[in-house]
Design a protein around this ligand. Sequence first.
Ligand code: FMN
Length: 275
Amino acid sequence: MPAAHPQPLWQQRYGSADAPSAEPGNALIEQLLAHRSVRAYLDQPLPDGTLETLLAAAQSAATSSNLQAWSLLAVEDRQRKARLAALANDQAHIVQAPLFLVWLADFSRAARLAERHGRELQAVEYLDSLLVGGLDAALAAQNAVLAAEALGLGTVYIGALRNNLQAVIDELQLPPLVFPVFGLCVGYPDPSRPAAIKPRLPQSVVLHRETYRLDEQEPRRLDDYDRQVDAFYRAQGLENPPWSRQVIDRLASVDSLHGRERLAQVLHRQRLALR
Ligand SMILES: Cc1cc2nc3c(=O)[nH]c(=O)nc-3n(C[C@H](O)[C@H](O)[C@H](O)COP(=O)(O)O)c2cc1C
């Protein structure tokens, strides 16, 4: 995938202003820099063993206290994918992708283990455990994303799976102490609708050294970034609002949570994050 880019990868990732002179010169890092979310897939099945390969990559990620407090639910049934898509903002790529992975924070396995040993698990009710399970699931998922990209596949995360969380839990028949953190579409990218590398914020506004210090150039650099993302959208034929407005709109009102404002109640029903 990283081969044959019109511009050097650093330049695509940051724009010409911020690009250092040399490319990383490392195949894995080049693959990381070439990441893009894929929202158009071919109607082509995945080779046998792909799921197992992605899972092995995922399970190779670091995991907090080696708890391995996550599970993976693989959905290939078209009807089930369609029902999940309907619950996740009608995103067509969920149905189109041959494989839809649901990444679960999962303390139910530990609870079953404890029960066999006649013990209770008080710590799983605390917010930190939800973070641990969510972080474990995210690290695992990102490893699977990288493995998929290395195999020439494309992916896109589906956070909208939390929009109708209770319905998703019911559809997937998730027991207590299990929480779907997000979904992930996996499939062969449709070459007729290619995705491009989306520019990121300049390193200078993201990186702090030793202590958190505001860069007085931040407003100017964010305005520059807005212009850069505008140019990116135009090149993609997209008419999106500027990046800064997207950020503000996404966070300004509860409406933009699209149902996720009810997360705490659903989590409590799952016996998670009670305190
Ligand atoms: C946790 C998470 C949830 C996301 N949810 C969605 C989603 O529901 N639908 C979607 O199209 N993209 C989703 N994305 C993809 C982001 O929009 C995308 O990563 C971001 O715009 C940067 O683009 P890039 O991945 O192509 O670099 C999600 C990404 C993450 C990390």
